[in-house]
Structures are given as structure tokens and as C-alpha cells.
Design a protein around this ligand. Structure first.
Ligand code: URA
Length: 429
């Protein structure tokens, strides 16, 4: 029988009493939790103690290292080009990865987007791409390397070997009200990204009602913590703080967001989606040493679309196939005329989730067709009776609960000061 170096109760008590966790205790508790020696209820108590008493920068750095050490590390050093990746802290209508990965690949920088599925009101990149007939999320490490070498972009499921401690801990946090905690979010995201082995990383830290970070000050702290963790691990890292008070673009939901992403790749699409895609691409390329590039031109002249087509085909998807469409729709009309001053991201995200676009438990299926189309964005003028939102689902009995979450979600004629002028609020390098 293995003699354990510590007792979980002592580790929990250290943090409960507001003291920093020593390095050897951190190493042990993450390893023992991954091995199943520390029980879920003990880790939940520790996560709550961290939530309440915070962690210092050295503790967060060591906790992140221990999570990385719980699994394998990928190595892209055999590729003929450098790598640059992006990670978003999660938002509503956030389809940016779809146009971004092929766009950056146009400039001979490889993009290894190892992504996840959605949980709760925020969507997941893999759920979106699975709306494309035939597309497959699962690739082996060899297939990832081959696709990065041949095409330059891959969006696929992160294998179970990367930071397995985080997989267990994230699921536990989700059920114990301990997600919204800077040290735990920063270590969760950065352990996966550092283990992935990317050379450059741009973090898209969302701020606003649809994001984990509701205010700018907390978002800055999260961004700064993650940038410091990345740099300490030798990853060129920077962060953009971006607005998530209203959904990104004009669609929320899996197939609807693929359709909008393809519009962006064809040189069109809503301006906020285009502007954020371009800003993130420029930053990813800057980290890869490419500053003199015309990113917008690659959206307008078809080069990004060609990369997209190749990337989707390589994963057995049919980029020409029609996307699935919902059997039922319901329209919400503007009750009065004026300027739309609020369209709340969280409420729209919850409504889309209730229509079937998201899942409540990680094993639940999602509807590719479910979601919401926006016909106006904050700052637009609407007339009474104009369509404001169209709700899509294959199960019309879901409309009632979705409509309930939209009560109070929009305001016409309110205070225009709350309408963000630009999608990118700040850059942290
Ligand atoms: N995304 C993650 O991967 N981890 C978190 O803790 C929050 C968002």
C-alpha cells in the first residue's frame, strides 16, 4: 500500500485558514486527486476554500504546473512553421475560432485549436462544427501534426491526456459554485494551453453579463494572471479584453453560428465579428513575428475560405453541404420605436440554451439547429413591430421557457452610454 505524503484534511485546513499552500502540498493534492485518492468532496472543499481565500501569484503558478504535470504535453517543434493559438474565456455567440484559425493559417503560422464542448449558456466550438455534415472532432496526436503541417489549421477535441486533473476539477467546480474564481480559472485555462505546446497564445478575456468576469477590473486581473503564467512557461502570451455585454454577431446557436462564420470567411458578416476576428488574428501573427500583414485582404480575396474548406474536408466534413435548419421558429417583435440600448448577452445565451443549443450535463446531446437570430444590435434604431429576435428549435415546447429568459433582456430608448463603441476594450501584453 502506498503511504501518502499528506492528509487531504490538512491541505484543506491550510487554505481554509487563509494560509498559502506549500508547493509540496499542491503537488501532492493535484496528483492524489487525479489518482482518485483525494475524494471529490475533499477537492470540492479545497476549491471552495480557494474561492473564499484566494491564492497568491506563486501558488497559482505552482498549482498550474502541477495540473500540467498530471498529463501529457504535446510538442509541435517538428513542424516547419511556428504555432499561435487563441483561447476565449467563453461568451454568447462566440464563433470567432471558426473564421480565425483558417485566417491565421493563410500567413504560414500553424493554429492548433484544441477545443471543448459547451456547458451552460456559453457555446462550445466543437458543438458548432458538428453542425457541418460529416465533420469529426476526434483526431490522434499524429493526425493533428499532419493536418498542421499540410493545411496549417486544426480545430479538434482536446485529447483526454492533456491536464487530466483539470478535466476532473472543472466538472467538480461546475457543480459546486466554484467556477467563477480567478486562480482556478487562470490555472484551468493555462494548464491546458501550456500542455498543448503552442508557441504563442492570445487570450480573449470576455467582460460583461455573458462572461465569467462581469466587470473590467476582475477581467484585467484574470488577464494579467494568465499572461504572467504563460510568459513564465515560455509561451508568448497576450490578452484582449473584449465586450460580452451583448451577443457577438447576429447569431447564437450551433448551425446558425457556422453560417455566420462562413459569411465572414466570404468577406461579409457582422462588423463586430469581423473586427474581433481581425484583431485577434493580428495579435496572434504579431506574437509569431509577423507584423506587416493585411489580414482583412485574406478574408476578402478567398484565401481564408480556401483554408477553411481544406480544414473542414480534412476532418471529413462537407463544406458545401447545406446546414441543418430548425423545424420551428418564433419571432419576438419590438414593442416600441427607438434606439435599442440593451440586448443582454446572458439572457440570450440562456434562451438559446433552453431552445436546445446547449447542454445542462456534459453527456446531454445538443440540437445543431437550435438558437437565436438577432435582427438588431444595441445602437440600432428599431420601429415598433419590427422583428427583434427569431428563436429556432426542433422542439417547440421549449419556446415558453426560452421566452421567459428574454423578459427584461432588451431595452429600447434607454441610456446609450452603456452601448460599447468598440468590441476590443483593452489589450494586455
Ligand atoms: N474555461 C476553462 O477551461 N476553465 C475555466 O475554469 C473556465 C473557463
Amino acid at each position: 500500500m502506498t503511504v501518502e505524503a499528506f492528509d487531504a484534511v490538512d491541505v484543506i485546513a491550510t487554505k481554509r485558514d487563509g494560509k498559502p499552500l506549500p508547493k509540496d502540498q499542491i503537488d501532492w493534492v493535484i496528483d492524489a486527486y487525479t489518482r482518485g485518492v483525494v475524494a471529490d468532496e475533499q477537492m470540492a472543499a479545497l476549491a471552495m476554500a480557494i474561492f473564499l481565500n484566494d491564492m497568491g501569484p506563486e501558488e497559482i503558478a505552482h498549482w498550474t504546473q502541477a495540473m500540467i504535470a498530471s498529463g501529457e504535453r504535446m510538442d509541435f517543434s517538428s513542424l516547419s512553421r511556428t504555432t499561435s493559438d487563441k483561447h476565449s474565456t467563453g461568451g454568447v455567440g462566440d464563433k470567432i475560432t471558426l473564421p480565425l484559425a483558417p485566417l491565421v493559417a493563410v500567413f504560414d503560422v500553424a493554429v492548433p485549436q484544441l477545443s471543448g464542448r459547451g456547458l451552460g449558456h456559453t457555446g462550445g466550438t466543437l458543438d458548432k462544427l458538428e453542425a457541418i455534415p460529416g465533420w469529426q472532432a476526434g483526431l490522434s496526436n499524429e493526425e493533428i501534426l499532419t493536418q498542421l503541417e499540410d493545411i496549417g489549421a486544426v480545430i479538434c477535441a482536446a485529447g483526454s491526456g492533456l491536464a487530466p486533473a483539470d478535466k476532473k476539477l472543472y466538472a467538480l467546480r461546475d457543480t459546486t459554485a466554484t467556477v467563477d474564481c480567478i486562480p482556478l480559472i487562470a490555472s484551468s485555462i493555462m494548464s491546458k494551453k501550456i500542455a498543448e505546446g503552442t508557441a504563442g497564445l492570445v487570450l480573449d478575456v470576455k467582460v460583461g453579463s455573458g462572461a465569467f468576469m462581469k466587470d473590467l477590473e476582475k477581467a484585467r486581473r484574470l488577464a494579467r494572471t494568465m499572461v504572467d503564467l504563460g510568459k513564465a512557461a515560455g509561451v508568448e502570451t497576450s490578452a484582449l479584453l473584449t465586450d460580452m455585454s451583448t451577443p457577438l454577431g447576429l447569431t447564437v446557436g450551433n448551425a446558425l453560428e457556422v453560417r455566420e462564420s462562413v459569411e465572414v470567411l466570404a468577406g461579409g458578416g457582422p462588423s463586430d465579428v469581423v473586427d474581433l476576428t481581425v484583431a485577434l488574428a493580428e495579435e496572434m501573427l504579431r506574437l509569431a513575428g509577423k507584423t506587416d500583414v493585411d489580414v482583412r485582404a485574406a478574408l476578402n480575396d478567398g484565401r481564408a475560405m480556401d483554408k477553411w474548406t481544406a480544414m473542414i474536408r480534412a476532418q471529413h466534413g462537407d463544406p458545401e453541404a447545406p446546414l441543418p435548419v430548425a423545424k420551428d421558429t418564433e419571432v419576438v417583435f419590438a414593442p416600441e420605436s427607438g434606439v435599442l440600448t440593451k440586448l443582454d448577452a446572458l439572457s440570450v445565451g440562456v434562451a438559446s440554451w433552453r431552445l436546445g443549443a446547449g447542454r445542462a450535463r456534459k453527456e446531454d446531446p445538443v440540437q445543431a439547429v437550435a438558437g437565436i437570430e438577432l435582427h438588431a444590435k444595441p445602437g440600432d434604431t428599431v420601429a415598433a413591430g419590427d422583428p427583434l429576435l427569431t428563436l429556432h428549435t426542433d422542439t417547440p415546447e421549449r419556446f415558453e421557457r426560452a421566452l421567459e429568459s428574454l423578459v427584461g433582456a432588451y431595452e429600447i430608448g434607454g441610456d446609450t452610454d452603456s452601448v460599447a463603441d468598440s468590441i476590443v476594450l483593452e489589450t494586455i501584453t
